[in-house]
Design a protein around this ligand. Sequence first.
Ligand code: TMP
Length: 204
Amino acid sequence: MSKKPIIVFEGIEGSGKSYHIKKVSSFLDKNKIKYIQIREPGGSLNSEKIRRLILNKKSNFNIHTDLLLYLAARSENINLIKKFYKKKIILIDRFVDSTIAYQHYGMGVDLKIINRINRFLLKKIKVDFTFLNVVNKKNLFQRLKKRKSLNRYDQFHMNFYNKVQKGFLKLAKLNKKSYKIIDSNLDIKKNEDLIINQLKKLIR
Ligand code: TMP
């Protein structure tokens, strides 16, 4: 594995994904290790424009338009990823597996078309490791309730998030060696240590 891996953080809303990515970036900052960090949808200037369009509460695109917009946002990030691929550590807050989990397992879009466009966009770029944050129904409900500004994708029915999380878990099962499941219902500090220890192994 490259010592400058692509590390992705996945998980449904309220799973603690963003908290952990912040902890990882501050660990890297403290140790003066160079990296870049992006989020999807978003990350680059154009991709952030597409993000605003997709997640705006007033948007009501159909599931295929959503898919194409998420992929359009990814397309705008690919040059940035290519530029730093294997040169710097790349941290990504959601990536390809989010599209499979949300658009295929959550919304029922054909998996073949998702895989095909992702392959076309990514070419030789490969994710090295994924931290999948999982959360139970009770905690998910409570965390969603606490959120102040909800976007369009924060407002689905609980069943939807359940399907998406199950989808993520299927992907993790298929790629056991390059996935670590982080149980967000457990102690957050312990999870933090778990992630940092794994990170050290990945970059040393
Ligand atoms: P965020 O809340 O992590 O910033 O992500 C925004 C939303 O976009 C989140 O609900 C997941 C969704 N999403 C997809 O549905 N498909 C995708 O391909 C990506 C990257 C995100």
